[in-house]
Design a protein around this ligand. Structure first.
Ligand SMILES: Nc1nc2c(ncn2[C@@H]2O[C@H](COP(=O)(O)OP(=O)(O)O)[C@@H](O)[C@H]2O)c(=O)[nH]1
Ligand SMILES: Nc1ncnc2c1ncn2[C@@H]1O[C@H](COP(=O)(O)OP(=O)(O)O)[C@@H](O)[C@H]1O
Length: 401
């Protein structure tokens, strides 16, 4: 935290109009949102490989470094910034791979306001823009031994390119066949507690005497692979996610009877008698809460495994669907490093500077942000980016966009 030099402040103020950010120093952009000016990128510190954020508060005259949540975008040669809906800044990166060129810095979304309150500090959050309509994550809950893992494994095996598992963190010890980073990130309690304090977790809960939690990154890496995320979390976690800004589908799995649940848990043979007793005690509360309404959209009884799996596929709209490869990204475009942006309603025009025309495949690109969904924590879905064939229609053609 420190005072901004007066000259620099004047530069910032004179360079901004209507919330549009213009280049100020090097590859830094400045964007005004009410009494704050967001300085994005272009720090003098060459060691940073990610785009940095500072906030100049014009009421107090202070320059601060906020807590930055979410995965940060990598530095690039040039970027533009446009304020959208007063709550997020769209960053268009030049010279970046097509699936890495649009990012959102959330400055006053519901998630950011929630985090600002709970972390008691200035907060911003990055959320990468994903083209097209990615599907909502799926939250699966149910008592220990009911068959959540078995059902999820079947789904991932049949549709490997469609679904990705959100790998949780836990302080419990690994079971014999469990792999670190695949089934869970097995973690020390102190490390996990620090990460929770730093705002790295979407949700967390104490379950059967251990700490479990979903990191924001766990959900983001699945979205980055173009897959639909599956979360296997307990009822407390499902409740937290329900209250969060992550839009998801919530499914609760029930056993056909309590005796059958106990039988499955014993036959799995992964817990000690004491642990089994604890899980069965907790199962009673979980079954009550899970079926009492308010959290879950669907309840499935896992009696016959195949029948339950078919019901799961049906409610996910997968009946009769053959596994497909992820949507092709081949028609994506390369944006030039040097470009300017302007906003018309919910469309952002990205115009290539003349010097860059030869390098870029097209001169004008349109980014349609009218159907944005999701956002931090997680990715921002629903972006549509397309190239427009030259200026053949002149300025009139552009206006029609
Ligand atoms: N809240 C929350 N619960 C989790 C998370 N990961 C796993 N759980 C839940 O923790 C409970 C215990 O999981 P685990 O130790 O793998 O045992 P299992 O359910 O018997 O296979 C289950 O109800 C899981 O759904 C997480 O990230 N957050
Ligand atoms: N419908 C079912 N009928 C009989 N056994 C089942 C069924 N579903 C799962 N199981 C078995 O029950 C045990 C617990 O399943 P698991 O998927 O590990 O539960 P969870 O992940 O909910 O703790 C496993 O041994 C699994 O093979």
């Amino acid at each position: 935290m420190g005072e901004a030099p007066a000259l620099f402040v004047e530069d910032l103020l004179s360079e901004n109009t209507n919330g549009f950010a213009l280049k100020s120093k090097g590859s830094q952009t400045t964007t005004i949102v009410s009494d704050k000016t967001y300085l994005i990128g272009g720090t003098d510190d060459e060691s940073t490989s990610t785009i940095e954020v500072q906030i100049f508060n014009r009421s107090t005259g202070q320059l601060i470094v906020p807590k930055v949540l979410g995965t940060k975008p990598k530095q690039c040669k040039g970027h533009s910034a446009v304020l959208l809906n007063e709550d997020r800044i769209l960053i268009v990166k030049g010279d970046s791979s097509p699936d890495d060129c649009t990012w959102f810095l959330e400055v006053d979304t519901k998630f950011v306001r929630q985090q600002r309150e709970s972390l008691e500090t200035e907060v911003v959050a990055w959320s990468k823009g994903i083209r097209g309509e990615a599907e909502k994550p799926i939250v699966i809950s149910g008592p220990s031994g009911v068959g959540k893992g078995t059902l999820i494994a079947k789904l991932m095996k049949e549709f490997p390119s469609m679904f990705g598992f959100s790998v949780s963190h836990t302080t419990r010890a690994p079971r014999e066949k469990e792999k670190d980073g695949v089934h869970y990130h097995f973690t020390d309690r102190s490390v996990m507690e620090k990460a929770i304090k730093d705002g790295k977790f979407l949700e967390f809960a104490a379950v059967h005497g251990n700490l479990y939690g979903t990191s924001i990154e766990a959900v983001e890496v699945v979205a980055d692979e173009g897959k639909r995320c599956i979360l296997d979390i307990d009822v407390q976690g499902a409740r937290s996610v329900r209250a969060s800004t992550l839009e998801a589908i919530f499914i609760f799995i029930c056993p056909p009877s309590f005796d059958e649940l106990e039988k499955r848990l014993r036959e799995r043979g992964t817990e000690t008698e004491e642990q089994i007793q604890k899980r069965l005690r907790n199962a009673k509360t979980e079954l009550e809460q899970g079926q009492s309404g308010g959290i879950f959209d669907h309840i499935l009884v896992n009696n016959d495994l195949e029948a339950c799996y078919e019901s799961l596929k049906k409610l996910l709209g997968l009946e009769g669907i053959v596994s497909t490869t992820p949507k092709s990204l081949s028609e994506l475009v390369d944006l030039p490093a040097v470009h300017s942006v302007s906003k018309i309603d919910q469309k952002i025009l990205i115009i290539c500077r003349p010097a860059e025309v030869d390098k870029a495949s097209k001169q004008l690109f349109v980014l349609d942000v009218s159907a944005l969904k999701g956002g931090a924590p997680g990715r921002t879905r629903g972006l549509n980016l397309y190239a427009v064939d030259t200026f053949a229609n002149g300025v009139d053609g552009m206006k029609q966009l």
